[in-house]
Design a protein around this ligand. Structure first.
Ligand code: ATP
Ligand code: MG
Length: 409
């Protein structure tokens, strides 16, 4: 992609009502735009990152037999009334249609997936199965001040699993936990993300959150350094020891919940009468689990966690482009390098704009691609281009004919 053609630019005018580091930085760098409190557009750079996050999540969900679907954002009132959440859920956006009927903008999809599954599940032979979607959710959040960490409209992956026994749910829940660890590792958040015990529903003692350590997180968690798990403060009154090893030396820290997995049991299958016929002929409620991850929240979290004073430092797996190629003088050599990188399948953003070196370097640091390649008279005199990793201070010269080889690793 040529930067001169990029739809957005880095900008200096920032929205006055935005206080969060992640949103301010992403707006400055041209990844997102703010439409209202907690409502953002994703621009080409931001959308590229989001799609990479999406891709990793889809791979890991398919690896645990999740089948991708897409459900509506709009739900008839009856669905939410059936579970009692039309009145109980304070963050529910309610709207009325021209048919004088009321609707909810779904904040989560148990009220949609359960009646949908009822159309296809009749016998134990159809179980277990799992479906997921990556879809926009709406929540009328009171505190939409944390940028992408708490949107009123945001992107979530939600997987739902359906089982004929508690044991089957338990073993799938373990699989899903492993998949979540893989996801956060691949997103570059593995070291900072902790499986966290949180309060459960009436069907299990605990649910589990995945919490990423950051000062801008709203949650307080207690880490057991022996087990590398944590406990959410919301349940610490009854749980002041590590639930795995009994360690009492827990370390308090701030974190943001990036994922949440939950054994729903029959909480939703009972009100919707989602039943199946068991092998012995008896009729039983289907047993369910749900597994959420906030994609847009993850994008904001990565910015909170991976940056320096100059801007973002993207993990390679989700960077908008792998290489930021900068030509300091309009030279043919830069154009040739750009073409050869494209030809060898390297994702490259080519700063071909007519700007000063200082402005180009500042933008490259702000945007945060993992590798910066600078083509200048000076580097060409040394027979190559200057290569610098965004995360390093030092640079090196690599030969012109070794560039594509370097990035084919
Ligand atoms: P929180 O405790 O932060 O309010 P939650 O427990 O209500 O979140 P879930 O209903 O479990 O969240 O949603 C699944 C995932 O969706 C969360 O783990 C989080 O990553 C993401 N998420 C939830 N609310 C928001 C929001 N307002 N903006 C962005 N992402 C969100
Ligand atoms: Mg929560």
């Amino acid at each position: 992609m040529k930067q001169s053609k990029l739809f957005t630019k880095t900008i200096k005018e920032l929205p006055k009502d935005e206080a969060s580091y992640n949103a301010l930085t992403l707006i400055r760098a041209g990844f997102i735009d703010k439409a209202a409190a907690g409502v953002y557009s994703f621009l080409p750079l931001g959308w590229r990152v989001l799609n990479k996050i999406r891709h990793i999540i889809i791979e890991e969900m398919e690896a645990i037999s999740g089948q991708e679907i897409s459900m509506p954002a709009l739900a008839p009132r009856e669905n939410w009334q059936t579970t009692g959440r039309w009145d109980d859920l304070d963050i529910l956006f309610k709207i009325s249609g021209s048919d004088n009927k009321e609707y909810a903008l779904n904040p989560t999809h148990e009220e949609m997936i359960t009646p949908l599954a009822k159309k296809f599940i009749f016998s134990y032979r159809e179980l277990p199965f799992a479906v997921f979607q990556i879809q926009t959710k709406f929540r009328n959040e009171k505190r939409a001040k944390a940028g992408l960490l708490r949107g009123r409209e945001f992107l979530m992956k939600d997987l739902y699993s359906f089982h004929s026994s508690q044991e089957d749910l338990d073993s799938y829940y373990e699989l899903a936990t492993r998949a979540y660890y893989n996801i956060f590792k691949r997103l570059g958040l593995g070291d900072k993300t902790y499986l966290t015990y949180a309060s459960g529903g009436s069907f299990s003692k605990y649910s589990h959150e995945f919490q990423t350590l950051t000062e801008s997180g709203e949650d307080l968690i207690y880490i057991c350094d022996k087990c590398k798990v944590a406990v959410n403060k919301e349940i610490i009154s009854e749980q002041s020891v590590c639930p795995q090893c009994g360690n009492k030396e827990l370390r308090e820290t701030k974190a943001v919940e990036v994922g949440n997995i939950f054994k729903l049991g029959t909480r939703f299958s009972a009100p919707f009468s989602l039943n199946f016929q068991a092998a012995d002929g008896s009729k039983q409620n289907v047993i369910m689990g749900c597994y959420g991850i906030g994609l847009s929240r993850i994008l904001g979290t990565v910015v909170e966690v991976c940056h320096d004073e100059k801007g973002i430092i993207w993990p390679e797996s989700i960077a908008p482009f792998r290489v930021h190629l900068i030509s300091l003088n309009k030279n043919d050599e830069a154009e040739k390098i750009y073409q050869s990188l494209l030809d060898s399948g390297v994702e490259v953003l080519f700063d071909d704009r007519d700007l000063s070196a200082g402005e180009k370097f500042a933008d490259a640091d702000l945007i945060g691609c993992p590798y910066r390649l600078v083509v200048s008279e000076k580097s060409l005199a040394q027979g190559g281009v200057e290569l610098k990793r965004r995360s390093n201070k030092e640079s090196e010269i690599i030969d012109l004919d070794k560039i594509t080889l370097y990035f084919s690793k």
